[in-house]
Each structure stands twice: as structure tokens, then as C-alpha cells.
Ligand binder design. Structure first.
Ligand code: COS
Length: 378
């Protein structure tokens, strides 16, 4: 583990390591097959307060730095990326509120998470993925309320969340400047979760549609002001992207660990294949990619801790770490040979899990747009 972390985080990391080795890794392999959401694993993680790591100390969080938290999330991702994504996405649900909400809203969402609940951020729609401004969900002012209608899709924790931060157009004529964000509790009449995705990877995470049919919320559920929604969403994604870099790095680390262990056991031409320089160079390339990913993640997270803008750095961290996770997982399958292609061995799952990190929280093509926009002087 190359993150420089506090003594407090080191102790917690040991506990997380043991929990992941004994109660997550092999168990999630089975849940990956069934596609069932592993409630008992999340119950234990909640008992250990792992889902509230990012909650600020004043609202009941542990007060760790984000680099400390990264070491813990990466360890969880090493065991199962879907599990780490769910844990991290609860933090994602609180971000729009922590960025733009009032004191009461912040206390509310943090309390829900600390007490074992889940949150979700609902931005994407069937016709609005890379281009969130093309969304058609609306929020119409009606007296002291807003009435929301629309459908969100691919929402992490969409079917299990206790609260949702939902983007909606309050003024269709203004494009991105007409977008706003609302905090809506699960159970609000008209809000329901719809179709659940049967995914290729990260199958231990819940991904579902969120349907809004005449959902009436008090006007005070608006985060910030009308028209602030796009900027709040982009700031939320800036933070989320760095975390997805961290989860990707966990997948890479696991792929390298599995490859080393296998190559030490596998004998061909009379010696373990790890003795061949071809294999050693593959491992060296993996190590270069993993350590570089980790340092970029830490840089983006440090900027976040300092309250500095980190759009470019988070986009680089997410883009680089997820591209490398895909390369490393694919190389691990290659190093396992025919066994790598078998579901009996662990690496095909890593390849399936890694793919989504190049797609969600903004595809890696979108990350390159963000990086270019923040690099080329206008
Ligand atoms: N932080 C703060 N403000 C931001 C911002 C950020 N990270 N990004 C953009 N803004 C602001 C800009 O400063 C601009 O404000 P002004 O008009 O006041 O100057 C405004 O938002 C519009 O910015 P811009 O013109 O750059 O927006 P674009 O429509 O060109 O955005 C991209 C383009 C592609 C970057 C954006 O649509 C995007 O990130 N898309 C991907 C969405 C995504 O990740 N979806 C998956 C979600 S999974 S939860």
C-alpha cells in the first residue's frame, strides 16, 4: 500500500483487510453469479461504519483525510468492486447536499447515512448521459412546492436509497442554466424505483431506474438556487470521479496480486512461469500503472481536502486509473492462459468489473473533454 496514511487509518485498514478477506472476497464471488444484492455484507460494513467514512466529522463522520479513506476504499475494491462502489456511492448521494445544501439538509442526509441508510445521485436519463443538459425531467413551481416528473436511469443505489438528489429542469428554455437539484426522501408519493439493471460486472451493486410521477416536494427541498443544478452536478462529479479512480486501482491491485500468485504456482518448461522475464515484465508494467494511478488519485483527493478546484486532476485520476484497470485485468486473464477465461478463477470477474469504470461517472471520452477544457487556454 503506497498511500501515506495516518496511524488511525492504518489500524482501520487492518480491520478492513480482515473483514474483506474473511467476509467479502469469496462471498461476493457467489453473489456475482446470482446477481443478488448482498445485504448481510452491507449490514456488517455499516456496523463497522465503512459507509460513512466520508461524512464530515461535525456530522458524525470519523474525521479521516480523503487519502486515508482512499486506502480503505481501495482495500474494499480489491475484494469486490461492486461492494466498494456501493459504499462510495452513498457518499455520492450526500455530495450535492454538502456542496450546496443548507445546515438542516446537511444534517438530515448525514444522519441518514451514519444511521445505516443509503443515498443516491440521480442525474442520468435515457436520452441524457454524456449530455446531462438534454434531460427532460421537469420541476414545476406550484405555490410553496415543486412538482417533479421524469425518469432517471442507471442510478447506483437507485433501488435501495433512503434519499435521492435529483436533477430537473426548472426552466427548459435556459438549457444547463435552467437545471436545479432537489433533495427527495424515499417514500415521497410518486417516487419509485423501476427496472433494475442485470449488469456485466459490479454485480453486487444496485443500479436501477428512478421514476418521478407528480412528486410534490416543499420548495425548501431545492438545493441552492434555481438554475444552480448543473454546476452542483459537475462539482459532485468532480469529487465522484476521483473516488472511481480509487476503486479502479483496487481492481488493478487485485489483478496483479492474483497474477503473481498464479505465476508462482504455474509450472511450464520445468519452472514456475514467474521465472520467465516475459512474466516479470508484465508484473513490472502492472506495478508502474498501479503506483501511478494511486499517486494521481491521492493528488486529486488532497486538492479536494484543501477545498481547491480539482476538475482536471479528478478527471485524469478516473480516466487513467480506469483505463489501466482494464489493461491490467485483461493482461491478468492473458497470464492465467486458458484458466483466466474460466469462471472458476478470479480474473475474468476483474475484467468484467473493470469495464464500467471507463464508462460511468462520465465516460473516459468525456474525461478527456474535461481535461482538454482545463488544459487548453480559452
Ligand atoms: N465545477 C464548477 N462549475 C463548472 C464545472 C465544474 N466542474 N464544470 C462546468 N462548470 C460551469 C462552467 O464554468 C459554466 O459556467 P458559466 O456558464 O457560468 O461560465 C457552466 O458550468 C457550463 O460549463 P461548460 O460550458 O463547460 O459545460 P458543457 O455543457 O460544455 O459541459 C461536459 C460539458 C461534457 C464537461 C459535461 O456535460 C459533462 O461532464 N458531461 C458528463 C456527464 C456525466 O459525467 N454523466 C454521467 C453521470 S454518472 S452519475
Amino acid at each position: 500500500m503506497a498511500y501515506l496514511i495516518s496511524d488511525e487509518a492504518k489500524d482501520l485498514l487492518q480491520d478492513v483487510h480482515e473483514f474483506c478477506e474473511n467476509e467479502v472476497k469469496e462471498q461476493c464471488k457467489e453473489y456475482d453469479k446470482s446477481g443478488e444484492w448482498p445485504k448481510e455484507i452491507y449490514d456488517k460494513a455499516i456496523e463497522m461504519q465503512l459507509h460513512s467514512l466520508e461524512i464530515p466529522e461535525e456530522y458524525g463522520g470519523p474525521g479521516l483525510s480523503r487519502v486515508d479513506i482512499a486506502a480503505l476504499i481501495e482495500e474494499m475494491a480489491r475484494a469486490d468492486a461492486g461492494f466498494a462502489t456501493t459504499i462510495s456511492a452513498s457518499g455520492l448521494g450526500t455530495k450535492p447536499v454538502l456542496i450546496a445544501g443548507n445546515e438542516e439538509q446537511k444534517k438530515h442526509v448525514c444522519e441518514v447515512i451514519v444511521n445505516g441508510g443509503f443515498g443516491a445521485f440521480a442525474l442520468t436519463e435515457p436520452g441524457a448521459g454524456s449530455d446531462p443538459a438534454a434531460g427532460t425531467t421537469t420541476a414545476k413551481k406550484d405555490g410553496d412546492s415543486y412538482v417533479l416528473n421524469g425518469r432517471k436511469c442507471f442510478i447506483t443505489n437507485g433501488g435501495i436509497a433512503d434519499f435521492y438528489c435529483v436533477t430537473a429542469l426548472t426552466d427548459k428554455s435556459k438549457g444547463v442554466k435552467g437545471m436545479s437539484i432537489f433533495l427527495i426522501d424515499a417514500g415521497t408519493p410518486g417516487l419509485s424505483s423501476g427496472h433494475e439493471e442485470d449488469k456485466m460486472g459490479i454485480r453486487t451493486s444496485n443500479t436501477a431506474d428512478v421514476v418521478l410521477e407528480d412528486v410534490r416536494v416543499p420548495a425548501e427541498n431545492l438545493l441552492g438556487n434555481e438554475g444552480d443544478g448543473f454546476k452542483i452536478a459537475m462539482q459532485t462529479l468532480d469529487q465522484a470521479r476521483a473516488w472511481m479512480g480509487v476503486v479502479s486501482t483496487g481492481i488493478s491491485q487485485r489483478a496483479m496480486d492474483e497474477s503473481i500468485a498464479y505465476c508462482k504456482e504455474r509450472v511450464q518448461f520445468g519452472k514456475p512461469v514467474i521465472k520467465f522475464q516475459a512474466m516479470q515484465f508484465k508484473i513490472a508494467d502492472m506495478a508502474i500503472k498501479i503506483e501511478t494511478s494511486r499517486q494521481m488519485n491521492a493528488y486529486a483527493l488532497n486538492l479536494m481536502d484543501m477545498g481547491k478546484r480539482h476538475s482536471k486532476e479528478a478527471a485524469i485520476a478516473k480516466c487513467y486509473a480506469s483505463d489501466k484497470a482494464m489493461e491490467i485485468a485483461t493482461e491478468a486473464v492473458q497470464m492465467f492462459g486458458g484458466y483466466g477465461y474460466s469462471r472458476e478463477y478470479p480474473v475474468e470477474k476483474l475484467m468484467r468489473d473493470a469495464k464500467i469504470f471507463q464508462i460511468f461517472e462520465g465516460s473516459n471520452e468525456i474525461q478527456r473533454i474535461v481535461i482538454a477544457n482545463n488544459t487548453i487556454p480559452r
